[in-house]
Design a protein around this ligand. Sequence first.
Ligand SMILES: [Zn+2]
Length: 350
Amino acid sequence: MLARFAVLSLALLAATAAAATPAGWAPGDLAHRKGDERVQKGIKHALITPPKRALAEFTPVPQRGAVRRVSLPPGKKLVALTFDLCEQRFEVAGYQGGIVDILRRNGIKATFFVGGKWMLSHRERTQQLMADPLFEVANHSWEHRNLRVLSGQALVDEIGKAQSAYEQVREELEAKQCAAGGRSLAHEQAPKRLALMRFPYGACSAAALDEVARQGLTPIQWDVSSGDPTTGQSARAIEQQVLGHVRPGSIVLFHANGRGWHTEAALPAIIAALKAQGYEFATISELTAAGEPMLTATCYDSRPGDTDQWPRPALASQPGDVRTPAGVLSGLGWPWSGTPGGRATTTARR
Ligand SMILES: [Zn+2]
């Protein structure tokens, strides 16, 4: 009898766990693992070859510029929290699961802009995010090159290879569930193709805007930068920066790739304050559908032109880099000295 009760209890526990988890993972498998947040630089296995595959069908979108925020009907108070998961060529970036745990624990919708290379170095985490009904996953380029200075095939590939990575990882999620007897259809939560794109460094050119649109993606910028890739930024400063600038329809930029400094510490107070002010949290797709997206003809952080300072001319070049009389403008990862909210900051990367 006791044994039967134990079996029943175990079955109930399993059912409860399955209902509580968004994608068929046990809570322990979804939770943050210490060390995952670490960025590993200069390691041999950092270089990844993107998958070669035929992409799902898509339709180009009309090119109108980058979405900075959304104008909402009076009285509607939506805000979109966004988290970038950037990974450059010679590194394996981190995963700040503590941030995702906070979002899940509080039922907060969010959008993750994920680098294609990050998706392949963090396949299961990517699948957990894409399968979670709270979250939306979007394109953040293949290996975080500066699209403002890329041209030709390099520009095409930097966008398209992230799409290939996503479609491969989604396909693997689908196969896993078939192997598990189809008890969960988590992959159906994730669209077959990504629809949104965020430019690395918040930098674009007319050619990059054209190419993103040609590949069926809508460019998404932000109107509130948390400043979290800046190492010297405290949790309190992030909180003040975000709460001081959010308004209905805002898109807020954070990072969760090991370069979101003090983001996890700042997040609970930010969520609590926004809730107290009557805000509801939306994914980018929900936010843009709820009002009129506000577009700009170019991309910038806080002021038009402020992302144009990078990169500075260099000697070495990679395929697709732009040559100017002053030298080569390399699209490879570049230091970012952003001034979120107009304040001076130390060097960081985003
Ligand atoms: Zn980024």
